[in-house]
Write a new protein. Sequence first.
Length: 177
Amino acid sequence: MDVKGIGVSAVVAALYAALVIVLAPISFGPVQLRVADCLIPLSALLGWPGIVGVTLGCLVGNAYYMLGVLDVLLGPLANLLAAWVIYYFRRRLLSGCVLASLIIGLVVGGYLWLYFPPPGLLAVALPLWAGMVLSITLSSLVAVGVLGYLLVKLLIKSGALKALRSMGLRIDVEGED
């Protein structure tokens, strides 16, 4: 990664961490909407700088809130895997976003139930871990699969990619689904 890539990673990480911290009441818990996760699909456009950015941003945000060691370690791992999957499926962005949401749901929901009981009816109808996996997967589908997908599509349609390229940034995909 070159100096521009490191700069892009730093900006994405800072934005991700800021969104997690500022929106902390809804970024953590058994029912959450981690709005910062809408930045994960940017890895389809930014490549490794975006992947590194959302991974480090999650590390900083989770460490700031410090729910527990598992969250500080496994949350960023989930982002790393999800962002890489989106990058790999960048020409089929919607499929990549859905798969990334499933990864986040399985990884984060797979340990988060240790910290919080699952919400409402999910606690009665499903085992604890399964209710949490379902809850986190659904919220991730909203953040990554809807908000993040729309963010990437908006950037593509707005002509922002040309502006980023003119600044010397490498953009990996033209946005064809």
